[in-house]
Design a protein. Structure first.
Length: 134
């Protein structure tokens, strides 16, 4: 599991990931730090590292389900530069979900890679369509 001290160590990788996916928007690192600190304290976050360098992360936050009594967990970020580490982190998240009976479902937003979406669905995630209107 991640701790707040991991945020600054992960920032070089997060900066690369967020810059690539931001469609030209500026990344506000203070917001990134505050959001991740909140997720670490209230949700699930984990990192993978090799030789002291963080190369993969997953972060999700639980929220009220608008229709049902149990919570839902939204994966807000999941990325790996280390082969195999991303799936290990996802397995950790699913194990955490299994230990928390109030989490009804884990939601991921669809990736352009349909093969990855099928794998995630087999692992137990509800894969939701994603839309981006720049």
């Amino acid at each position: 599991r991640a701790v707040v001290a991991d945020i600054d160590r992960a920032m070089p990788m997060l900066r690369r990931v967020l810059t690539r996916s931001a469609n030209g928007l500026a990344v506000d690192e203070d917001k990134v730090r505050a959001t991740l600190a909140h997720i670490i304290s209230q949700g699930f976050a984990a990192v993978a590292e090799k030789d002291g360098v963080i190369g993969a992360y997953i972060a999700g936050i639980a929220s009220e389900n608008p229709f049902y009594e149990r919570l839902q967990l939204h994966v807000l970020g999941w990325y790996s530069e280390m082969p195999g580490a991303g799936f290990k982190l996802f397995d950790m998240l699913m194990a955490w979900r299994d230990e928390n009976p109030m989490i009804a479902a884990v939601y991921l937003y669809a990736d352009p890679d349909a093969r990855l979406n099928r794998i995630m669905a087999r692992m137990g995630a509800v894969v939701c369509p994603s839309f981006w209107f720049p």
